[in-house]
Design a binder for this molecule. Structure first.
Ligand code: VG1
Ligand code: CO
Length: 560
């Protein structure tokens, strides 16, 4: 077999190749620019793997969005030229983010590359993205993504074997000989198999199957993202959910024109289906399968922060946690404090991290934390190092199988036992970048000034006295690295919080996120509507931030 040639292709560095909260996300057309994807992949390999690059093994997956396959072939060609030894690739380039994490760990791979912009819409006129995960299966930490960004500013060439083309539509193992006697292997693997095996080790499939066969009606919506095949194999084939109850399970390059984001706005289809009162349980997933939204009968919405707290309070329903009792719990800073109360009552260690899953990995690797989540519909445990949509769905089904009651009752019982955190998030998408920066810097000045503490604000008849105003900074307890500027927090005397952050996953302009968290211990009040209950704090937040004046926005795009 003649050896395949390695070419060194010259190029000019691209500006702004800075990975955000989760990978590099840009307009698809940017990734399609000549040399763009190649340059970033070269930066991942060189900066992400360093001296472990030669002879390394990588797992490659993706959510099937537009440009997935072109980018995948480039990764194959560049990996071969950079002396990577082996790639495991999900069939058709499809493998969810949690499944890639699972595969990296299972194969003891050096890392993985995931072709996804997650919940961002896909297509020629929308977004594409690339995430890099390290050998623990988790997203690359900031020190590595910073290295990638630094390299991207000076890189002037990349290595590629342009002759290689692998048919990824069939399960196969291709061995290739590359220039200077390097052997390179590509194995196309089933997207679901290894992941399904892991789920079977964690959950009692028999118990869930029994629940479903007893007439408990489950419906799932994959929003045309990567989860289609997982829903069919795990929920339908294994657990007996009729395929007719699984919607949008064919992955499409443009997600059928929608946002593959499982929230009340973008997964409104599921909301409407659930409101009809036929199904007992509804679940939707995001584009790359790491997020989940859980709904109960008649559309009862489980707030993601509550979902995390409920799972934490019911770990005994999950066999995995019986074998490995949870070490500790963690949430991201803007997530509601519902989990804090569970940790306090159950005596678990507890951590608050900045937004983004990468901050949880160190705590898990150090065995001090094993269950965590974010308000943005992400929940997971230390079975892998990513948030995991299907895992959350199965955790809920396990709890329901165990308690033999409705989703709504499980949540109500939780509020009765722990009190309720009223919570909401407002997203103002696509604001002008300069306005977003202005809002944050003016607000920071205001809330960190000496005279801010102790001030009282009143709106709609309720008053709140400031306990502290701060810009959240995190020191990783394991590696002691410091992450600054992680969001502005105003905490009041009753521990209610107003939080402002700029999104790190948007592609153009600024997305301003405003989060409101407020605790209610009074049992007579726990059924109130969060939007009514939180109105005074929303008004105070809008007043303090001058959001309307600065951005001109009178309404958020999404309310959760
Ligand atoms: C958002 C969420 C964050 C999540 C991140 C990645 O980030 O708020 O909680 O970890 O998306 O999720 P930001 O910076 O836009 O607020 V995913 O499903 O893209 O991997
Ligand atoms: Co995602």
């Amino acid at each position: 077999m003649p050896e395949l040639k390695i070419l060194e292709v010259s190029m000019k560095p691209f500006p702004g190749m800075k990975p955000g909260t989760s990978g590099l996300r840009k307009a698809t057309k940017t990734f399609m620019e000549e040399h763009y994807t190649e340059a970033f992949v070269q930066c991942i390999l060189r900066a992400g793997l360093g001296d472990r690059l030669q002879g390394s093994t990588l797992v490659v997956g993706g959510d099937g969005r537009y440009y997935n396959n072109e980018a995948l072939q480039k990764i194959i060609q560049i990996s071969a030229a950079n002396k990577v030894a082996k790639l495991y690739i999900g069939r058709n380039g499809i493998m969810s983010t949690p499944a890639v994490s699972c595969y990296i760990r299972k194969k003891k791979a050096s890392g993985g590359i995931i072709l996804t912009a997650s919940h961002n819409p896909g297509g020629l006129d929308h977004d594409f993205g690339i995430k890099f995960n390290t050998c623990n299966g988790g997203p690359a930490l900031e020190n590595l993504t910073d290295k990638m960004f630094e390299l991207s500013k000076s890189i002037t060439s990349y290595l590629i074997c342009p002759e290689i083309k692998v048919d990824v539509s069939k399960l196969c193992c291709v061995k290739l000989a590359v220039e200077s006697s390097h052997s390179f292997e590509v194995e196309v693997v089933g997207s679901v198999d290894a992941y399904l095996e892991l789920m079977k080790e964690i959950f009692d499939f028999q118990a869930i199957k029994q629940l479903i066969s007893s007439g408990f009606q489950v419906t799932a919506d994959a929003l045309h993202g990567v989860m289609g095949p997982y829903v069919v194999k795990v929920l339908c084939n294994e657990l007996g959910v009729p395929e007719a109850n699984a919607s949008h399970c064919n992955p499409l390059p443009d997600f059928g024109g929608g946002h593959p984001d499982p929230n009340l706005t973008y997964a409104h289809n599921l909301v409407e289906v659930m409101q009809k009162g036929v199904f007992d349980f509804g679940v939707a997933f995001d584009g790359d399968g790491d997020r989940n939204m859980i709904l109960g009968k008649n559309g009862f919405f489980v707030n993601p922060s509550d979902s995390l707290a409920v799972i934490a309070a019911n770990v005994q329903c999950i066999p995995y946690f019986q074998k490995h009792p949870p070490q500790g719990f963690a949430r991201s800073m803007p997530t509601s404090s519902a989990l804090d109360r569970v940790a306090e009552k159950t005596g678990h260690k507890f951590f608050v991290t900045p937004t983004g899953w990468k901050f949880f990995g160190n705590l898990m690797d150090a065995h001090v934390m094993s269950l965590c989540g974010e308000e943005s519909f992400g929940t997971g445990s230390d079975h892998i190092r990513e948030k995991d949509g299907m895992w959350a769905c199965l955790a809920w089904l396990s709890i329901l199988a165990h308690k033999k009651t409705s989703v709504e009752n499980v949540v109500l019982q939780h509020w009765k036992a722990f009190g309720r955190n009223f919570y909401t998030r407002y997203d103002y998408e696509n604001c002008e970048s300069a306005k977003g920066d202005q809002l944050m810097s003016e607000l920071e000045k205001l809330i960190t000034a000496d005279n801010f503490k102790g001030k009282t604000f009143t709106a709609s008849g309720k008053s709140y006295k400031v306990k502290i105003g701060e810009n959240f900074s995190y020191t990783d307890p394991v590696d002691k690295s410091v992450s600054k500027n992680q969001g502005l927090i105003i905490t009041f005397e009753d521990n209610s919080r107003i939080i402002f952050r700029l999104s790190g996953t948007g592609v153009s302009g600024a997305t301003i996120r405003m989060y409101i968290d407020s605790y209610e211990a009074d049992q007579n009040n726990i059924l109130a509507d969060p939007q009514v209950q939180l109105k005074p704090l929303v008004e105070i937040a809008l007043e303090l931030s001058r959001l309307k004046e600065i951005t001109g926005r009178t309404k958020p795009d999404v309310i959760t």
